[in-house]
Design a protein. Structure first.
Length: 306
């Protein structure tokens, strides 16, 4: 069968599936995301992929922080959103379970818990991990031989000069700096911290890149788009101090029953979002100032997904 016929068959199948959903009285899918840049980007990817599959949608992207988006999904104000596997540890008060440090096992646990408790379905996650990281300037990493958090911990214990810019949440949360300190055996004192109001990673990374107030380390996320542009190295976490935060679509079961084609439409989109790809897409928005919808469309077209 020719490629043209295959494409036409796929379009017809998507149209038929969408028509079936409408025939059953299914409303458009309300798609939400968090306020952050990455949430907007992945949300746009989902909207475009669903449009290609003939699924009607309502755009509620960048709705609010995690707590607000989660409540919207549970209440039915949102039908589909992007969530991160590691957050399920906190949704279900299982923060101390090591399962969350394994990408595959953590996803399986999140999917099982949320379906049983809330009839929410976790679809195929991306292979990226957007966990907290500690990032340092390239020059410092090269000069001091710092590649991993083991290296960083040894540097701190030896009296190396470190000042970390971070949010209060990162400093105080058991899942943040204390988790790194416990796993790698080091301690940063108050004099070694610059706690920034709000703690946006753009501010913490800029402080480290520019050496503001003596800062030479920053709280960041693994997929932050400005890491490369600011010449920062995200230190590797070989002991898995952090849970894996893999982005995944989460959809209400009733919505998926009405539009089963959603699963197939989103799978190839998320499969391609490894850490390098996601960081590069984020960089186009955060550094180059491109519009998230344009970045999403260009990416999908480059992968023949539109």
């Amino acid at each position: 069968m020719t490629a043209a016929r295959l494409t036409r068959r796929g379009v017809l199948a998507s149209a038929l599936a969408a028509a079936t959903g409408k025939a059953l009285g299914a409303a458009p899918i309300i798609v939400g995301s968090k306020l952050d840049l990455e949430g907007g980007l992945i949300g746009q990817l989902m909207l475009l992929a669903l449009a290609r599959a003939g699924v009607p949608t309502v755009n509620r992207l960048q709705l609010g922080p995690t707590a607000i988006l989660r409540q919207a999904l549970l209440s039915g104000a949102v039908d589909l959103c992007v969530e991160y596997t590691g957050n399920a540890a906190f949704f279900f008060h299982q923060e101390d379970d090591p399962v969350w440090r394994d990408a595959r096992a953590g996803f399986a646990r999140a999917a099982a818990l949320d379906y049983a408790a809330n009839r929410l379905v976790w679809l195929q996650p991306a292979p990226a991990d957007n966990s907290w990281v500690i990032a340092i300037p390239n020059a410092v990493a090269q000069e001091k031989g710092l590649r991993t958090l083991d290296d960083f911990a040894a540097f701190v214990r030896a009296g190396g000069r470190v000042k970390l810019a971070a949010s209060a949440e990162f400093v105080e949360s058991a899942a943040g700096l204390p988790a790194f300190e416990a796993a790698y055996g080091f301690k940063l004192w108050a004099s070694q911290l610059l706690v920034l109001s709000g703690g946006e990673t753009t501010a913490t990374m800029k402080a480290a890149a520019d050496g503001i107030s003596g800062v030479n380390a920053a709280m960041a996320y693994g997929s932050d788009g400005a890491l490369d542009a600011l010449h920062l190295d995200a230190l590797e976490d070989p002991r898995h101090a952090e849970p894996v935060y893999a982005p995944a679509p989460v959809i209400r079961a009733a919505t998926l029953e009405a539009y089963p084609q959603v699963r197939q439409a989103l799978a190839p989109v998320f499969a391609g979002l490894d850490l390098v790809t996601l960081r590069a897409l984020n960089e186009k928005i955060a550094v180059a100032g491109e519009d998230a919808a344009v970045v999403a469309r260009d990416y999908l077209e480059s992968r023949s997904l539109l």
